[in-house]
Design a binder for this molecule. Structure first.
Ligand SMILES: Nc1nc2c(ncn2[C@@H]2O[C@H](COP(=O)(O)OP(=O)(O)OP(=O)(O)O)[C@@H](O)[C@H]2O)c(=O)[nH]1
Ligand SMILES: O=P(O)(O)O[C@H]1O[C@H](CO)[C@@H](O)[C@H](O)[C@@H]1O
Length: 354
């Protein structure tokens, strides 16, 4: 059977200070009036029934997820700590395999915006059909519109069925110059970060490329549904070296295929990504959730809280106000918020702001 696996344990640190450890961005109403994880569930429900929607998350978020989604506890796969997406997806694979030896997993991040529900459903059905036999790791390719260095790039090879191509090359997060050259070539997609594969196929690829992780996952597999499960997961997670599925498996596998897509997609990975979905004034400023008194301010993004935000002679800046933290930085440095958060999180004095 086909299951959805929603990855929802990330900290969303590029969205700090709006996103906090206690309430990361997937649980916030970032675009529209529903939380991002609710939108993810709604998007998939026409294709996969709720009883087969699973969420992998840090154990601290279980109450939030139950409250927002009303998902059965057996479908919430709890991680004791964050070890990136290869282990998160690997854990879901062993949990599902124990339930269903032919499980097909539709792996979805919990924080994307997709416009074009019909096209999305159509693509997903094709992806599921392509993955069902177990030969392929199916990715969904987005036609790139800018040399974004925060994404993975997929070069398409031979067309094996209409709209389905062998992956010639998968390059995770190239620098901007390399990304530019990919776009000029015209044969590259962005990796959407959504994947479809059989759980057993994924585990065979993990065995080949991440053997240590595979051994941990097999020990977890043995313990699933026994009284030892939580303890074994905690033991193994403490040993796992975190790596993303993209660097760990997708860049190395020979079994990836890519589907051409036609829906509008964004991963809302950073504040500037969010900016693309918000209204702008005549000076190209985004002013959200507050009043602003601006004099000669241009191309600036202001996400407010309760206060009036006033400014003079500012250009290309990001201002994020919350009850206890005010963040100010140039817009083109907004990816560095993740580094700032890492640095601040290492300091006891700032822990309460994280
Ligand atoms: N369960 C689980 N989910 C994860 C983990 N890391 C990331 N995710 C989820 O995977 C998706 C993509 O995550 P990223 O955008 O790479 O990371 P993020 O933590 O959301 O954001 P940043 O901290 O800003 O990079 C999101 O839905 C995250 O919630 C993890 O270790 N465990
Ligand atoms: O972990 P990150 O930074 O969100 O990157 C992942 O998602 C990107 C799309 O959101 C993909 O483009 C990347 O290849 C990767 O899967």
């Amino acid at each position: 059977m086909v299951y959805t696996v929603i990855m929802s344990g990330g900290l969303g640190s590029r969205f700090w200070p709006k996103s906090r450890v206690s309430m990361p961005k997937q649980f916030l109403k970032t675009v529209g009036d529903k939380t991002m994880i609710e939108c993810t569930v709604e998007r998939i429900m026409n294709i996969i029934p709720k009883e087969r929607i699973c969420v992998v998350t840090n154990k601290r978020y279980v109450p939030i997820i139950q409250n927002l989604l009303g998902i059965e506890e057996k479908n919430i796969f709890k991680e004791p700590m964050n070890k990136e997406t290869a282990s998160c997806i690997g854990l879901a694979a062993v949990k599902l395999l124990k339930r269903d030896f032919e499980a097909v997993m539709v792996v979805l991040p919990s924080d994307h915006v997709i416009i074009g529900q019909e096209e999305f459903e159509k693509t997903l059905k094709t992806a599921i059909d392509a993955a069902r036999d177990g030969d392929y790791l199916v990715t969904m390719g987005i036609n790139p519109t800018r040399p974004e260095s925060g994404y993975g790039y997929i070069e398409k090879g031979e067309e094996i069925e209409t709209g389905i191509y062998k992956v010639k090359r998968f390059v995770e997060k190239p620098n901007v110059d390399v990304a530019k050259s990919f776009i000029e070539k015209g044969s590259y997609y962005w990796n959407s970060g959504m994947f479809v594969w059989r759980a057993d196929r994924l585990l065979r690829e993990i065995k080949k490329y991440l053997p240590e992780l595979y051994r941990s996952l097999m020990r977890i597999y043995e313990a699933v549904d026994t009284p030892e499960e939580d303890r074994v997961i905690a033991d193994e997670y403490s040993k796992i070296d975190g790596i993303s599925i993209d660097f760990g498996v997708m860049q190395r596998t020979h079994r990836a295929v890519v589907l051409d897509t036609s829906f509008t997609w964004d991963d809302i990975g950073s504040f500037t990504a969010l900016e693309r979905f918000l209204n702008k004034d005549k000076q190209n400023n985004v002013i959200s959730n507050c009043e602003a008194g601006l004099y000669e301010v241009e191309n600036t993004m202001i996400l407010g809280n309760k206060r009036l935000i006033a400014g003079i002679g500012i250009k290309d800046m990001l201002i994020v106000d919350t009850d206890d933290v005010l963040l100010i930085c140039p817009k083109d440095r907004c990816q560095d918020i993740k580094n700032l958060v890492k640095e601040l999180a290492g300091n006891d004095e700032f822990e309460r702001f994280m």
